[in-house]
Write a protein of this length. Sequence first.
Length: 556
Amino acid sequence: MASSSTAPINEDVNMAKRLWNRFKYEWTQALYTPFVVCLAAGTLELDTFLHYIAQDVHILRAFAQAYERAEEYADDDDAKVEICKLRKSVPEKLKLHDSFQRMSIDQSKESTPNTATVKYTDFLLATASGKVEVVKAPGKLATTPFEKTKLAAYIVGAAAPRMRLYAFLGKELNALLDPKKGIHPYQKWIDHFSSNTFQAEAMQTEELLEKLSVCLTGEELDIIEKLYHQAMKLEVEFFLGQTLVQSTIVPLCRGPNPAEHRLVLFLDFDLTCTVLDSSAILAEMAILTAPKSDQTQSGNQISRMSSAVLKSTWEELSKLYTEEYEQCIESILVDDKVEKSDFIGLGEAIRPISVFEKKANSRVVEFEVLKGLNVEDIKRAGERMILQDGCVGFFHSAINIEIENLITNIHVISYSWCSDLIRSALSSGGLDSVNVHANELIYENSISTGGIIRKIESPIDKVIVLSNILESYSRDRKNVTVYIGDTVGDLLCLLQADIGIVIGCSSSLRRLGVHFGVSFVPLFPAVIERQRSNKSASVLYTVSSWAEIHAFILGW
């Protein structure tokens, strides 16, 4: 199961918005569930959809009961009016469900709630009964009027995630509708949740939550957060609880015949997995540990330039790197644009980047700007490296995935000058089993000489490493390869893999890719198109976060 986001939350937005942002992993998982993907693609089997509708009836009835309790507990007349509106909207939703159920030949049989439905309804009714952690006597109904007024906020806090999630799904799916392909089989469902009426209802629910929670203590607000989170998880489980007999392309790891496949995940490291580039961290360490101008270095120390001179040297090298990199990209883009992606041609065209990167590394070695770094200090710095939100959770889920007979291998392929820094960063997250392919610093008595064992310096080096890894595997399984990267250095690997995923917004990567006929498509629309046609287009998929990567590849 995906962990929730720990990213800082903007306190200037209202409570519901903060909670929605905080639990991005959960609602992203809902978006990529097999049920939602098939519904969005229009390929969802009718029996599955009707079973979902029948299950949802049980949940709506539980909502009606919860709203009735909330209306009773609220001590604000305006809040009572708003809750009453929510309660009265439930019968309208049930009428919509009735219209869907008339699509079935057998309308007389009522569906028995499945496990996911029961968990959801039990949660709602328990919250409405005061059986929440906030109540000082756990498991007992609140007794004083003051305590009861809190329950109205708790109930709305448990209801708000569903409203926002369905409003979100409605808009996302509506944006994918293509009139040229005819009427979508579930157009009515999409129209309802994307309608201005439903969008307004979701917003009104969130405004009501804000109003009811404004006077709550910090502890009580924390409980609303827990209720919101639990409700969101239960909604994901509800979608996952819908039985599909048809094949789906999500999650990727659960494809057909796992015993015949090997899932191989390749990742860049700097700015794909990390918040800061490792070269910047090594530069800062070198400057901080360098002697001051007025310090005398003892005879048994490695001779180093002063921190002031070193800082100035780093600044010059960084400026030169940026200028030459931009010139290199522009020189490649001078040639005529390619209409169709040509992997071999692209490899030849970007050779100047390889020459440039190697020249830049030669300067780093020549000026000895990494000289004097202690390997133990480097490892400690690695332990403190901040990885992208959700990255560690993805690694852990990939390593510990429980799919019988599936083999999963993970490889980091990086330009980084120091593999020790990468291994330490991964090890601090309990990820020692991840394979690391990067350059290495040269040490004498655990102190860097300033030299680098140069293994991976260019896009061509990266794709060679990727190819060699795949060649080393036995032929008893078919490799399903995914590469996740963020820069021009990853372009060849992204195209070489079965699935290339671009995280971040590198303008040079996109400009160069487009110039050579590469298409960049947001992941979710691409997933829906592949579910419709079962065809794999020659494109790179773009994502805004690790939550999408996790949901697409590994699922819940």
